[in-house]
Design a protein around this ligand. Structure first.
Ligand SMILES: Cc1cc2nc3c(=O)[nH]c(=O)nc-3n(C[C@H](O)[C@H](O)[C@H](O)COP(=O)(O)O)c2cc1C
Length: 332
């Protein structure tokens, strides 16, 4: 492999490894007489200091916008909200005129245009700038800032835009949504999931569910609490796959997030004997494509699960660590 190919590969894998770090998405704007209004999408935005109030971001040395940011006395950093991914795309293009013809702005103290409708902005005077490798780091002192009430930020992770679904789930606080309300929804959803599984499951799905049921029974005999949690999650995962509707998977994952948020109420006590038999009955009913039996077994299972969860002891650390290491992709 030639040296340039090698360093290209290395750069690619470094970029990929860095993309495991989720960030928000910001747009940095500035204005000068000579360059007019400029703005770029940026995820290198970072907070640096509270006293003095400093933030920083970096720009590629080769960027066409570099001269404008170098010449400007200040800049504004905007945190994008979850519905502004198209604005992010627009500001990662190269046409500054087009960028600003699509968004309303007001002038900031720094002279930079403030974009309307963002989650937050930080209007800064330039505090320092340093060339570091192939980027230039700009540090700004915050002169003015604003935060929109209760707005959710856009997230960039693994090269794609995401929304903070688990954080929105965080708004399912104990005061607003009770554990029993969540359990009711989860129960109905799981009943629907097994009905679809009765219609659509194939031999592979039967095997996968059976494997998950066996695995739970095996770990139920031990005291390995973390293993029990993972086995339980795999059982639901196998059912979601057997429903052949890929919408269940993210929904079930979201429910797991809710459980994590409500973790103080969740038991990881040993599986009750009636749960063990309901799991087998769910499996058998799916194999026989008996929707009614599958639904009632699932309802019974969920009732037992709720009873167990409601009477739970707190095992926060165990469940959190199990959920965070749980591999969500189930091989088909
Ligand atoms: C999510 C996202 C994050 C980005 N972060 C940065 C960044 O931190 N620094 C940077 O120089 N470019 C970043 N870019 C690329 C710039 O937005 C893009 O190169 C620029 O707007 C195009 O102008 P240019 O061709 O003059 O660089 C990012 C793009 C996207 C989509």
């Amino acid at each position: 492999m030639s040296e340039s190919n090698y360093s290209e590969r290395l750069e690619q894998s470094l970029r990929k490894a860095l993309s495991t770090y989720p960030t928000g998405v910001a747009i940095i704007t500035a204005q000068t007489e000579r360059h007019g209004q400029v703005g770029i999408t940026c995820n290198s935005f970072v907070s640096i200091s509270l006293s003095p109030p400093l933030i920083a971001w970096s720009i590629r040395n080769a960027s066409r916008n570099m001269p404008a940011f170098e010449a400007a006395a200040g800049f504004s950093a905007h945190v994008l909200s979850r519905d502004q991914s198209s604005l992010s795309k627009l500001f990662s293009s190269s046409d500054n005129e087009l960028k600003f013809s699509n968004v309303r702005t007001t002038p900031g103290i720094s002279g930079a245009p403030i974009l309307e409708g963002c989650t937050a902005y930080f209007d800064c005077r330039k505090f320092a700038e340093h060339v570091i490798g192939d980027h230039k780091l700009f540090i700004g002192e915050v002169m003015d800032f604003y935060q929109a009430p209760a707005d959710k930020s856009l997230v960039f992770f693994d090269g794609a835009y995401r929304t903070l679904s688990s954080a929105s789930v965080g708004s399912f606080s104990h005061e607003r949504v009770s554990a029993s309300e969540i359990l009711e929804v989860r129960s109905d959803l799981c009943a629907f999931m097994v009905q679809l599984a009765c219609e659509r499951a194939d031999e592979d799905d039967f095997r996968r569910i059976e494997g998950a049921v066996d695995a739970i029974d095996r770990v139920s005999l031990t005291e390995a609490r973390r293993e029990r949690i993972l086995a339980g999650l795999r059982f639901f995962d196998a059912l979601a796959v057997a429903s052949h509707n890929s919408a269940f998977k993210p929904i079930i994952d979201t429910l797991a997030d809710i459980v994590r948020d409500q973790v103080q109420d969740v038991s990881v006590a040993a599986s009750l004997p009636e749960m063990q038999s309901s799991r087998r009955r769910i499996l058998n009913a799916i194999k026989l494509r008996d929707k009614q039996a599958a639904t009632s077994a699932m309802e019974e299972y969920m009732r037992a699960l709720s009873t167990r969860e409601k009477s739970a002891a707190n095992h926060v650390a165990d469940i959190s660590s199990a959920l965070s290491t749980f591999e969500r992709g189930t091989p088909r």
